[in-house]
Design a binder for this molecule. Structure first.
Ligand code: T5A
Length: 244
């Protein structure tokens, strides 16, 4: 694949959509064809799954069902939209991707990391971003910004501690995969945040094509041992990965 896959992550209201809009213009000014998409969603089927996932009326959704629905939406999105765009040589800017599942369903809901990773392998078919930008803001800032938009969705209604666990996991992801995951301070002004992101993206654009897409089996692994979060999870994960 010759395209460039970039994902933007962070807690609710951190400024992802705003920065994706600005980054799209920056990339287009450099002559790149850019496809903007989001998760959950990005295709009609995945958007239909999104409606189920975010509807506050679906409070009975079990954590396992939630996990499987996010991954099902992702599988459709990868096959129908992300891989074709990358194969066409485009830049794909995706508002959230598999790291969100690791943070929300894994760390915050407490589902086993081994199961989450195994489902990532199936849903992404090894399609991983070259660059993931985590826009970091304190939870109260993110929720306040998100709150200005009006009615909260099902996940925004989770308690503050849930969002703190999400934020902590995004920061840990950056420590575990420093080459792929970069943290940007989202409390700065929109333009100041955009400037930092543009620099990070420009650095990747200057790399040779061969470095640009990530395959799960070759992701640069964590400094901290697997299973640090979930006890036996580390061993299970390695077993699962070998089997898949
Ligand atoms: N989810 C998702 C999972 O649980 N598992 C998964 O696997 C996946 C993929 C998706 C939900 O699903 C969950 C996570 C989410 O809860 P969503 O509608 O996509 O839902 O919600 P969010 O991703 O949280 O998107 P938001 O629209 O809430 O936030 P954004 O895009 O981060 O923020 P943005 O850019 O819309 O900005 C929010 C407000 O802040 C202002 C903007 O103008 C806007 O008003 N703002 C700033 N203000 C001051 N300074 C800045 N630097 C600012 N940047 C933006």
């Amino acid at each position: 694949m010759s395209g460039l896959f970039i994902t933007i992550e962070g807690i609710e209201g951190c400024g992802k959509s705003t920065q994706i809009r600005l980054l799209k213009s920056h990339l287009e000014s450099r002559g790149r064809v850019v496809e903007v998409t989001r998760e959950p969603g990005g295709t009609p089927i995945a958007e239909a799954i999104r409606a189920i996932l975010l509807d506050p009326a679906n409070s009975a959704l079990s954590p396992t069902t939630e996990l499987l629905l996010y991954e099902a939406a992702r599988a459709q999105h990868v096959d129908e939209r992300i891989r074709p765009a990358l194969e066409a040589g485009n830049v794909v800017l995706c508002d959230r991707y598999a790291d969100s599942t690791t943070a929300y369903q894994g760390a915050a809901r407490g589902l086993p990391a081994a199961s989450v990773d195994a489902l990532h392998t199936i849903a992404t078919r090894g399609t991983w971003p070259r660059l993931t930008i985590v826009i970091d803001v304190p939870v109260e800032v993110g929720l306040r910004r998100a709150g200005h938009r009006g009615a909260s969705d099902r996940i925004e209604l989770e308690p503050v501690e849930f969002h703190e666990r999400v934020r902590a996991e995004f920061l840990q992801l950056a420590e575990r995969e420093p080459d792929r995951v970069k943290v940007v301070n989202g409390v700065e002004s929109e333009n100041a945040v955009a400037e930092v992101i543009n620099c990070l993206v420009d650095a990747v654009l200057e790399e040779p094509n061969s470095k640009r897409t990530y395959v799960l089996g070759s992701r640069r692994r964590r400094k901290t041992p697997r299973g640090a979060r979930n006890g036996q999870g580390g061993q299970l994960r390695e077993r699962d990965r070998r089997r898949l």
